[in-house]
Design a protein around this ligand. Structure first.
Ligand SMILES: C[S@@+](CC[C@H](N)C(=O)[O-])C[C@H]1O[C@@H](n2cnc3c(N)ncnc32)[C@H](O)[C@@H]1O
Length: 263
């Protein structure tokens, strides 16, 4: 699956949303120390660069070297390519020592992971008992009624056969994803908590975002162009209806968050 993100790494870096500051303020307010954050499935560093402004050091790991090539180079961020499942005995070398990490983040990537193996690693690297794990996904973009009504069948019908089954966890807004961590102080559950992120996009950027989907890549490999001429035309007409090329595109974000406890 990770291969799906290699071929469209540039589209990914160009068109995926960054995440809102409130999200990082909320998450970082839950970690007593700010020494080290591990951003897993960091891609082109969308979360890692925000974490770099809050945590002294950040490790951003990804299976795809191509994605990492597009990540912003920052003095306190170390990017590291890893295997899909890091062997436990190599975790310290790839990431950090046992009980040394304040925060593990996974932005729009947890649904791709081998969860039991990954959670074992999260529990090993996090500081006990207050180390925090935060995983979020965003669902479909919202533009306006005209564009969203073209998008709906494009997403629910045209692209549907080309999504990996793991995508269902995103459609469920992470409400059904396995997340074996303790609720934070002041709450009795681990989410999902809702946030919203926005990105201003032109029509071309919106198309680039659609082309960054793993489903777009999978369809292409099967000889199907999801953005065929008649679909492009419908999007164009809907987009141009209000006469503005630049539009604010909103993505609802769903956060699962918990602490590791004493295990
Ligand atoms: C949808 S992208 C998310 C990228 C970025 N975190 C973001 O918020 O936009 C998913 C990323 O997870 C990476 N990935 C998939 N499986 C992985 C695994 N088992 N371990 C680490 N990274 C993985 C992919 O290469 C890809 O860069």
């Amino acid at each position: 699956m990770a291969d799906l993100f290699i071929k469209q790494a540039k589209q990914y870096a160009d068109a995926r949303p960054n995440y809102p500051l409130q999200l990082f303020h909320f998450i970082s307010s839950k970690t007593p120390a700010k020494d080290l954050a591990w951003d897993v499935g960091t891609g082109s560093g969308q979360a890692a660069q925000s974490l770099a402004g809050i945590y002294e050091n950040v490790v951003g790991t990804d299976t795809s070297l191509k994605q990492l090539e597009f990540a912003p180079k920052l003095a306190n961020v170390r990017y590291q390519q890893t295997p899909a499942v890091i062997p436990m005995e190599e975790l310290e070398e790839y990431v950090s020592a046992q009980s040394s990490v304040d925060l593990v983040t996974i932005a729009q990537a947890l649904h791709w992971f081998d969860l039991p193996a990954f959670y074992q690693q999260v529990k090993w690297v996090l500081k006990k008992p207050n180390g925090v794990v935060a995983a979020w996904c965003y669902t479909v973009p919202e533009v306006n009624d005209a564009v969203d009504s073209v998008f709906k069948p494009f997403y629910e019908i045209d692209s549907d056969p080309y999504w990996d089954p793991a995508r269902k966890l995103v459609n469920d807004k992470y409400a059904t994803i396995d997340f074996p961590f303790e609720p934070l102080e002041g709450t009795d559950h681990t989410g999902p908590f809702k946030f919203v992120t926005e990105r201003e996009m032109s029509l071309n950027e919106y198309f680039t975002y659609l082309k960054s989907w793993s489903a777009y890549q999978t369809a292409k490999e099967k000889g199907v162009d999801l953005l065929r001429d008649d679909v492009v035309e419908k999007f164009k007409n809907a987009w141009n209806e209000d006469g503005h090329d630049k539009k604010v595109v909103k993505f609802p974000v769903y956060l699962k968050i918990g602490k590791v406890g004493n295990m």
